[in-house]
Design a protein around this ligand. Structure first.
Ligand SMILES: *Cc1c(COP(=O)(O)O)cnc(C)c1O
Length: 429
């Protein structure tokens, strides 16, 4: 790379990678190995003591994984990143680094259904308590903060409702209270939105979705934006600031400065809890990221065309796509994700629950499955699937009521996507 500041599409192809020094391989190799030979016993000791950076064991670092981390950090504008086995593992390790038993975090309730489950149920076992706010109402975050709050969490574009959170307003509240702000940027990807520019301290993403982009691998990432001052914080984030017994009393925030959070997630969270990404999945996701700008532009163009078509259909009661000028999130979309509103959105069918299930069965080009961000067009009826574990009230609050259909519009020809919806809607009546 020669340009002083490569632009986004250039970073998507090149950031973090170089031809393989020993073989000349142009594409980043899949380093399919569990462990790495040390130069000698002193080298081994320095790696284990965090005095030198290098590879020890693929649960903690791997060269394929490292290229993926550098690339995502560059695209998000962060200081460092940690790639892990899934988006859920990323959320888990990010919060594990911040939370102690009895602590609370505030989360916008318009979230991916799996995250609602993780926060409400599994995190309770660690005595971590989620307090719900409303992502469309920044002041609700301020009201939910207590002396025990250790993090604020929301999605940039919310899954499945397609609402856009007012990141600058929520970030201002987090800053005023001295609390780190975590943004799940899965639905937008850094092509559409870079939360750091709007005040996020930490970005988490499921790489399974638009980043990998082909529905072939599960992965997740934590990006350290390098903005939060751990040593100056009024709360003691023990993992970051206390002398670390497993590293000779080292204080991570002191030693690693503006990338200490990423290091802590790796050397405490990933090392001890173990959800490492496989080199093969890191490779597939890295390959996917090379075409992220091309795919996202096409996803957004197709999604807008589909939303405009559905808006006029007599069997459809409403369409919630932030890219439509009448939408509640339109102004925020223009401000936070001006290149497009993403490819995932919901619409309501006049026929309710049964019509929702029927439509999913009648679609031919769309695949009925629980995923988003594939090249292929995908559909699901959240009330009978992803959100069925929630109560009616939680479902409605999450934007997944009985009549709701969620689409993830793919990169096929948009005329074919619309034709498929047309024939299926005709059958639903
Ligand atoms: C899918 C998803 C996750 C979880 O990611 P996995 O890779 O499936 O673990 C988290 N947040 C959002 C917004 C998602 O869509």
């Amino acid at each position: 790379m020669t340009a002083a500041t490569p632009r986004f599409a250039t970073l998507a192809v090149h950031a973090g990678s170089a031809p393989d020094a020993s073989t000349g391989a142009r594409v980043t190799p899949i380093y399919q190995t569990a462990s790495f030979v040390f130069n000698d016993a002193d080298h081994a000791a320095s790696l284990f003591g965090l005095e030198a950076f290098g590879n020890i064991y693929t649960r903690i670092t791997n060269p394929t994984q490292s290229v993926l981390e550098s690339r995502v950090a560059a695209l998000e504008g962060g200081t460092a990143a940690l790639a892990v086995a899934s988006g859920h593992a990323a959320q888990f390790l990010a919060l594990h680094t911040l939370m102690e038993p009895g602590d609370e975090f505030v989360a916008g309730r318009q979230l991916y259904g799996g995250s609602i489950n993780q926060f409400n149920h599994s995190f309770k076992k660690f005595d971590w308590h989620v307090v719900w706010a409303d992502s469309t109402d920044p002041e609700s975050f301020a009201r939910a903060i207590t002396l025990k709050t250790r993090a604020i969490f929301c999605e940039s574009i919310c899954n499945p409702g397609g609402i856009i959170a007012d990141l600058p307003a929520i970030a201002a509240i987090a800053k005023a209270h001295g609390i780190p702000f975590i943004v799940d940027n899965t639905m937008a990807s850094p092509y559409l939105c870079r939360p750091k520019e709007f005040g996020a301290d930490i970005v988490v993403e499921s790489l399974t979705k638009f980043m990998g982009g082909h529905g072939n691998s599960i992965g997740g990432v934590i990006v350290d934006c390098g903005t939060y001052d751990w040593l100056g914080a009024k709360h003691r984030y023990k993992t970051l600031v206390e002398p670390n017994a497993s590293y000779n009393g080292m204080r991570l925030a002191e030693t690693f400065g503006n990338f200490a959070f990423a290091i802590a997630c790796r050397v405490m969270g990933l090392r001890d809890l173990g959800p490492a990404i496989s080199p093969m999945n890191a490779f597939l996701i890295l390959t996917g990221i090379e075409t992220l700008p091309l795919r996202m532009a096409k996803h957004c163009e197709n999604a807008l065309a589909v939303a405009q078509y559905l808006e006029k259909h007599p069997g459809v009661s409403w369409v919630n796509y932030a890219g439509l000028p009448g939408n509640k999130s339109y102004a925020l979309q223009q401000k936070l994700c001006p290149l497009g509103a993403g490819a995932v959105f919901t619409f309501g069918l006049k026929g309710g629950y049964e019509a929702g299930k029927r439509l999913c069965s009648e679609l031919r080009l769309f695949s009925l499955l629980a995923n988003i961000g594939d090249t292929r067009s995908l559909v699901i009826h959240p009330a009978s699937t992803t959100h069925r574990q929630l109560t009616d009230a939680q479902r409605t609050a999450a934007g997944a009521g009985d009549e709701v259909i969620r689409l993830s519009v793919g990169i096929e020809d948009k005329a074919d996507i619309i034709a498929d919806l047309e024939q299926a809607l005709a059958k639903v009546g």
